[in-house]
Write a protein that binds this ligand. Structure first.
Ligand code: NAD
Length: 249
């Protein structure tokens, strides 16, 4: 049981087909007690109940600092500790540079980047006291290759920002026994593209991938379990590419 007795918070974890829920499910299978954090409309409590007994759902908007702090307080009250945070909440938008409005920029950057900062700020004090913790930040191959698959340039910028934030936090909190790493998924079939990729487009994309298929949510969940567990005890500030070889660099 790789994650026995560990408490893990997964943001944006309520969507049944999403990377967050797949990660929550795998962490629960490896023995973690999981808190699924998501917007009220995503019904995180219902999602948590699908994991079985002993897990909780927490409503919070990661762009709201007070809500992040209240959510972590709720987890600490329920479980008494927090060992793992997966900063997974994110939204995207397929638009070109000249069409990005200020409101679009704020929306996309706020969830991925501000949300990663606020949630990390909310868990770090408890992790520091415990002198241990693992934060996993979900970036994207889009940050590394400059988009070109679905999300617009502001999405690439948000996800590239996540990589920089994670590395800088890793440098700062290593001394406290806290590891902070990123995962850069390639194209994974979830609800985020909302059926906007045609089957022809998917075939075209798969042809450019050495492993010759799009990703599955479970592919990302496995990487998150590795980074959350002591198997990755000497990894911090790393970027773990999970893209089937779409970007080899
Ligand atoms: P998804 O849409 O299924 O999941 C995103 C989740 O975030 C949803 O449950 C949503 O309710 C939640 N969320 C949105 N705004 C929120 C907020 N303000 N506060 C709290 N929760 C919020 O999409 P997914 O594909 O599972 O994406 C998960 C993460 O992986 C995202 O950060 C996404 O950018 C990233 N990613 C996905 C892919 C892919 O191909 N699917 C590739 C690279 C990176």
């Amino acid at each position: 049981m790789l994650l026995k007795d560990k408490v893990a918070i997964i943001t944006g974890g309520a969507g049944a087909n999403g990377l967050g829920f797949a990660t929550a499910r795998l962490m629960a299978q490896y023995g973690a007690r999981v808190a699924i954090l998501d917007l009220a409309r995503a019904e995180p409590q219902t999602a948590a109940s699908r994991l079985g007994e002993g897990h909780i759902g927490v409503v919070a908007d990661v762009t709201d600092k007070a809500a992040c702090e209240a959510a972590v307080a709720q987890v600490l009250q329920a479980f008494g500790r927090v060992d793992v945070l997966v900063n997974n909440a994110g939204i995207t938008q397929p638009v070109k540079t000249l069409d990005i409005t200020g409101a679009d920029y704020d929306r996309i950057l706020d969830v991925s980047l501000r949300g990663t900062l606020y949630m990390s700020q909310a868990v770090l004090p408890a992790m520091r006291v415990a002198r241990s913790g693992s934060i996993v930040c979900i970036s994207s191959v889009s940050a590394q290759r400059g988009g070109g698959i679905f999300g617009g340039p502001h999405y690439s910028a948000a996800k590239a920002g996540v990589l920089g934030l994670a590395k800088a936090m890793a440098r700062e909190f290593g001394i406290d026994g806290i590891r902070i790493n990123s995962v850069t998924p390639g194209l994974i079939e979830t609800d985020i593209t909302q059926g906007k990729l045609t089957d022809e487009k998917k075939v075209e994309i798969a042809e450019g991938i050495p492993l010759a298929r799009l990703g599955r949510a479970s592919d990302i969940a496995g990487a998150c379990v590795f980074l959350a567990s002591d198997l990755s005890a000497y990894c911090t500030g790393i970027t773990l590419d999970v893209n089937g070889g779409m970007l080899i660099h």
